[in-house]
Design a protein. Structure first.
Lengths: 110, 116
């Protein structure tokens, strides 16, 4: 069966520190992969998506970057976090026209 | 370009009452439509989806939604609310462009409060 793993579940980081969030998918090949962010009081904002290894599309200009070093691995990174990077980050993979989401990472930048 | 509008960011219902969450969409192609539910500090869980065929779609937890092309709507209903239905609900539309990632566009969400 297909599963998606996202970690860590929570993270508190100081301003200016680096960030790495990891997402892995099992049980499927060549999935479309996505990073979304939910900020307080706002909806779901698509940050990045990937249709294959090394292929990253950015939806909004920002302080973050994404990479896909392996078929089923998707990483969200930042060199220097800003306060505005706080939020709930969700990874998802695409299947049958819809998505399956990971459990999310609550990032608080202090 | 696609868009999704969910009417009402907050809905309060009594336990046992009808739940009705409204969703209208805009899409340049025949849409794939979805409803997701999110419990606090968790990811989104698929409730139901419409792709083709029958316009009345049944999902998990007793929810259903009807695709009405003429009204560009995909409203979510449940005949009798349970306390466990308290959550945030998101409507979404897919662009169905595989090469561009089959991106989903989400509405702003509707938070449901269930009163005993």
């Amino acid at each position: 069966s297909q599963t998606i793993h996202q970690w860590p579940a929570t993270l508190v980081q100081p301003v200016g520190s680096p960030l790495s969030l990891e997402c892995t998918v099992e049980g499927t090949s060549n999935p479309n992969l996505y990073w979304y962010r939910q900020a307080a009081g706002r909806g779901l904002q698509l940050l990045f998506y990937s249709v294959g290894i090394g292929q990253i599309s950015s939806e909004v200009p920002q302080n973050l970057s994404a990479s896909r070093p392996q078929d089923r691995q998707f990483i969200l990174s930042s060199k220097k976090l800003l306060l505005s990077d706080s939020g709930f980050y969700l990874c998802a993979y695409g299947q049958g026209g819809g998505y399956t989401f990971g459990s999310g990472t609550r990032l608080t930048v202090v | 370009a696609q868009s999704v509008t969910q009417l009402g960011s907050h809905v309060s219902v009594s336990e046992g009452a009808l739940v009705l969450l409204r969703c209208n969409y805009s899409s340049s192609v025949p849409p794939y439509l979805f409803w997701y539910v999110q419990y606090p500090n968790q990811g989104l869980q698929l409730l139901l989806k419409y792709t083709t065929g029958a316009t009345l779609v049944k999902g998990i937890n007793g929810f259903e939604a009807e695709f009405k092309k003429s009204e560009t709507s995909f409203h979510l209903t449940k005949p009798s609310a349970h306390m466990s239905d308290a959550a945030e609900y998101f409507c979404a539309v897919s662009d169905r462009i595989k090469a561009a990632g089959n991106k989903l566009t989400f509405g702003g969400g509707t938070r449901v409060l269930v009163k005993p």
